[in-house]
Design a protein around this ligand. Structure first.
Ligand SMILES: [Zn+2]
Length: 429
């Protein structure tokens, strides 16, 4: 079973630091998990990822189930061995991607009925089957199958049905998991649903917390589907306020769909609200477009202005790309050769490494600040550096005010509403 120790609480916000010890070692929280869709993180070896200090990654069950497939994974002894990854691993239930990627999906009480990508035949993913697949993968954290509806769905009856069904499916996952004998090494997380409806969310949290003894952690699902950010953070805050202190809280798919250039602020706002874990495709996905993260916002290395910029991405960054002195100009230069030959370290790898380290530093800095009692100052500093030129997103100001941090106090940085800040990334990618 997972061992969860609370190490420090921020006296001002709801942020906290904890240590989550799983079968493949300890992970300090809050953390973000890079997403390794097809087992590996694109362009990086597992050893490289590990050397960057990452101790927990997310694999997609749907993709692993397609390739290499469960039979191969079972023969290999699980996804850790298959991909040579020695640290912790979390898998999703496969349900979300099934619904978003399959030609058709019908949700019944039994499970999700979809068209098999292999045979075209109707195939059923039940809660039990999802858990069995995740057992074969061998992830340290496994997720319940839930009934996911798009967050912008107007049909309240459908949202309510999906929420209640997610509770019933949690029970089936718990029973199946507990009977499997895998509980010693694999840990089941529940997923709170209920759409954008505060009352439904409340009912879901209440019911799921009653199952606390059978779950190792709680996730907040069904968000980041294009809803207003001011709605997003209120749902997160309300759920967190009612979740038990002694279990990790995972906010799923932050910045999955929308303006992900604001992802850094998403992560830190969530930490301030009390989130311990978040997954994030942004640092790796955006690297493919030549976008590097810096404390002053993202920069797009494809732009001509970087052809004569001989500074590293970030001179204070300890990542191999910056330490070895790769200049922005050099990185800009190799973009053109990218498709021709993948010789040496490609732009993708160089920027991916930098972005993962950048994100890890942001979270490491947050943990240090929470431990040292200076998290509100850390937040203010990060936001003023990152948004100084483009303005604070209004929802961040509102969300942080709800946990007693006022970004505008003693600041002359403007506030922008709606999608907010625009960097060069948002126009070029
Ligand atoms: Zn760097």
């Amino acid at each position: 079973m997972a061992h969860f120790e609370l190490l420090a609480r921020c006296p001002t916000t709801r942020a906290r630091v904890s240590r989550l010890t799983l079968a493949h070692g300890a992970t300090m929280l809050p953390t973000f998990m890079p997403v390794a869709t097809q087992a590996a993180i694109k362009g990086l070896t597992p050893q490289q990822v590990e050397s960057l200090g990452v101790t927990l990654i997310l694999n997609n069950t749907y993709h692993l189930n397609l390739r290499p497939g469960i039979k191969v994974l079972s023969e290999a002894g699980g996804a850790h061995k298959f991909q040579g990854w020695n640290k912790n691993l979390l898998t999703d239930s496969g349900g979300f991607q099934l619904v978003s990627l399959s030609k058709f999906t019908t949700i019944t009480e039994e499970g999700a009925l979809f068209e098999s990508p292999f045979t075209g035949e109707p195939t059923m993913l039940t809660p039990e089957e999802s858990i069995s697949i995740q057992h074969a993968i061998g992830a340290d954290i496994i997720m319940q199958l839930d009934d996911v509806v798009p967050s912008l769905t107007q049909d309240r009856a459908r949202v309510e049905e999906a929420m209640e069904r997610s509770v019933r499916w949690l029970d089936r996952c718990i029973t199946h998991h507990n009977l499997s004998g895998k509980r010693a090494t694999q840990n089941l997380f529940a997923i709170v649903q209920g759409g954008l409806d505060l009352e439904l969310r409340d009912r879901c949290v209440t019911q799921m917390v009653q199952r606390k003894n059978d779950v190792a952690g709680f996730a907040i699902g069904g968000l980041s589907g294009g809803e207003e950010k001011d709605v997003f953070w209120r749902i997160v805050k309300q759920c967190i306020d009612k979740l038990p202190e002694d279990r990790p809280r995972y906010c799923m798919g932050i910045g999955f769909a929308e303006g992900s250039y604001i992802i850094q602020s998403n992560l830190l706002v969530c930490v301030a609200l009390g989130v311990d874990m978040a997954d994030c495709v942004f640092p790796t996905r955006t690297a493919r477009f030549g976008v590097a993260l810096t404390h002053n916002g993202p920069i797009n290395l494809r732009l001509a202005k970087y052809a004569r910029d001989f500074e590293p991405i970030d001179s204070s960054c300890p990542c191999p790309t910056c330490v070895e002195g790769s200049s922005r100009a050099m990185l800009h230069h190799i973009i053109g050769r990218e498709t021709a030959a993948a010789q040496g370290r490609s732009l993708l790898v160089s920027v991916t490494i930098h972005n993962i380290v950048f994100q890890a530093r942001i979270m490491g800095g947050a943990r240090d600040a929470i431990m040292g009692g200076t998290f509100p100052t850390y937040l203010r500093q990060f936001f003023s550096n990152y948004f100084g030129d483009v303005g604070y997103p209004e929802w961040c100001v509102n969300a942080l005010r709800s946990v007693n941090v006022d970004l505008l106090e003693g600041s002359d940085i403007k506030v922008v509403s709606g999608k907010g800040a625009k960097w060069e990334y948002s126009t070029a990618a």
